[in-house]
Design a protein around this ligand. Structure first.
Ligand SMILES: NC(=O)c1ccc[n+]([C@@H]2O[C@H](COP(=O)([O-])OP(=O)(O)OC[C@H]3O[C@@H](n4cnc5c(N)ncnc54)[C@H](OP(=O)(O)O)[C@@H]3O)[C@@H](O)[C@H]2O)c1
Length: 270
């Protein structure tokens, strides 16, 4: 166990993928974790159950960030679960890549959502979940957040690499603006605010195309300096580091966790 043992965390979007890995990692470090989810109750319950099977502590809380009143529900359930304890770690991880009601938008063959295909409704939903929710979850967390606490936002390498999904990339650009400014505002309380930018990460639903499209997994691995696909645990370990006391002097920063994706242009003929 690390010095995060005995602390508490809220991880948004922890029902599956990277968020679930973050929740499991923090719980393994002895943190009581609020596992937030939007729609997939069974997945969130499985994340909680897997934490408990490993001897950790967690509870699931639901809030659909696209719905009115979501934060009231979130914070009443969070406060009930914390039972008077402060919040030490907030991880803003929940995000959507495209409109989840538009199933076609998440299929590999139409993953390249160009500007002409994006509707105003889809654009608004992406910004509502990825930016607005992260902002107001953070705002509402402040009275609960202990001095010396941590705010960690999960962005993406798409702000650095011109990958498709334009509104998603723009939303992550907006999210990245938060850390340096909020770090400055909250620094007097010893609270650090940082951003982690994962690259393309395997074992997440959005990247199932890695295993459908011939050559995709090898091609993506070849784009990284470390020559492999990212795993959710690669990101979770960086969250655990930033959440720990060892990272107390790191704030307002963007930490790339992509295995060195696209550090150089692909040479001609490669
Ligand atoms: N996967 C990658 O390669 C990759 C790369 C770079 C950055 N990232 C970032 O890493 C984070 C996690 O990505 P992921 O691929 O693991 O995500 P994911 O598997 O698609 O899971 C998304 C999470 O967000 C929640 N969520 C979605 N819409 C919501 C809403 N309206 N209200 C509340 N919660 C909602 C989901 O809850 P439900 O399960 O209940 O729907 C789920 O827990 C995201 O911020 C993403 O942008 C991912």
């Amino acid at each position: 166990m690390t010095q995060t043992a005995g602390k508490t965390a809220l991880v948004t979007g922890a029902s599956r993928g990277i968020g679930a890995a973050i929740a499991r990692r923090l719980a393994a470090d002895g943190v009581l974790v609020a596992v937030h989810f939007g729609r997939r109750k069974a997945d969130a319950e499985e994340t909680v159950a897997s934490i408990e099977r490993s001897g950790g502590q967690a509870f699931a809380i639901r809030a659909d960030f696209a719905a009115d009143g979501a934060l009231d529900t979130l914070f009443s359930e969070l406060e009930a679960g914390l039972a008077g304890r402060p919040l030490n770690i907030l991880v803003n991880n929940a995000a959507v890549y495209a409109d989840p009601d538009d199933r076609a938008a998440t299929q590999a063959d139409s993953y390249v959502a160009g500007i002409s295909e994006v509707t105003p409704e889809e654009f608004d939903r992406i910004f509502t979940v990825n930016v607005r929710a992260a902002f107001f979850v953070t705002q509402r967390s402040l009275p609960l957040l202990a001095d010396g606490g941590r705010v960690i936002n999960i962005s993406s390498a798409v702000t650095r690499i011109a990958w498709p999904l334009l509104p998603y990339a723009m939303s992550k650009g907006a999210l990245e603006i938060m850390a340096p400014r909020l770090a400055n505002e909250l620094g007097h309380r010893g609270i650090t605010v940082n951003t982690i930018a994962p690259g393309i990460t395997d074992d997440t639903e959005t990247n199932s195309w890695l295993h459908h499209v011939p050559g995709a997994a090898e091609g993506v691995a070849a784009m990284t300096a470390l020559r492999r696909l990212g795993r959710p645990s690669d990101i979770a370990d960086v969250v655990a580091l930033l959440a720990s006391d060892e990272a107390r002097w790191v704030t307002g920063q963007l930490v790339d966790a992509s295995g060195g994706m696209a550090l150089a242009p692909t040479p001609p003929g490669a």
